[in-house]
Design a protein around this ligand. Sequence first.
Ligand SMILES: Cc1cc2nc3c(=O)[nH]c(=O)nc-3n(C[C@H](O)[C@H](O)[C@H](O)COP(=O)(O)O)c2cc1C
Length: 318
Amino acid sequence: MWFLIRSILFLLPAELTHQLSHPFMRIIAPFLTPVSGSAKAKVGLAAGFDKNAEILTLLPKFGFGFAEIGTVTPKPQGGNDKPRLFRDPKRNALFNRMGFNNLGSGIISERVRRAKKLLPPDFLVGVNLGKNKITPDTEAASDYAKVAESFIDCADYFVINVSSPNTPGLRSLQKPEFLIPIVRAVQEKIQKGARSIPLYVKLAPELDESSLQEIVLALEGENIAGLVLTNTQSGIYIYRGKEYSGGYSGSPLTEIALQRLKEARKLTSLPIMSVGGIMTVRDAADRFNAGATQIQIYSGWIYGGPFFIRKLVRSLSK
Ligand SMILES: Cc1cc2nc3c(=O)[nH]c(=O)nc-3n(C[C@H](O)[C@H](O)[C@H](O)COP(=O)(O)O)c2cc1C
């Protein structure tokens, strides 16, 4: 049934379908019974789906135990020109070059504050932190810290995102000499807040084992809560004869994200949220077997349908 509906929805431009999914979710959420099960707390919505915290309060009904909003930047920004989101159904993949379109930390933090009052207390809201495109890399740390400061009273965890392929130069911030000052700037804001907020770092799938090792070792000295592995895989997509650069999600990432998880697991006992190409219950189980503490899903929800997460949580809880 979902396959049929999906074929019709996939006739529309991908970003339009995404926008239409929000009112659709609002309509069906009241009819869904709550999902329970021990696995629920371990399955979350990956960053980029609810960039502006518009649908947070609906997510528990769809089976999620937590969600990561954003990427949020200090100032609002429009992102790249459209088209910037594409589907590749033959490969069960998405391709995006969004470029951190978001309403900025002021508006979004206000929304999270409101949503938190309505959400179940055990539903965690993570905030994925980013920098504005116009901020030079040398001033990046202050952007990440500013966003963290806006959410200091309402975020359940933070993620430093230095791995999106769609903000020029961002991935170079994965190098410890840039990354550690960012981590410290965010930690400084957290320490000034009333609660301790776990801080994660989200990395790219292309890191080779030695770069991953260098980063993990550097982070271990920094009171980090864990890693989010991985972001999208950078690549080229050809649409109507034009080449676009951006990042692939979905099935093309399944093996590579699992591989990065296994490598990281050998290097560290830090918690790892595994994300990338989790399209089936089997994929999810593989991640937990390989040592993931939590998993996050984006493309698997698009391809598997609105009830995929509910089914996944029930199966994993058995
Ligand atoms: C349209 C789209 C937008 C995304 N935006 C972000 C983002 O703003 N920040 C981020 O850290 N990851 C972003 N991601 C990456 C996802 O969080 C996730 O790491 C990636 O899609 C792999 O998971 P998946 O295979 O389950 O989709 C985005 C992904 C997609 C498809």
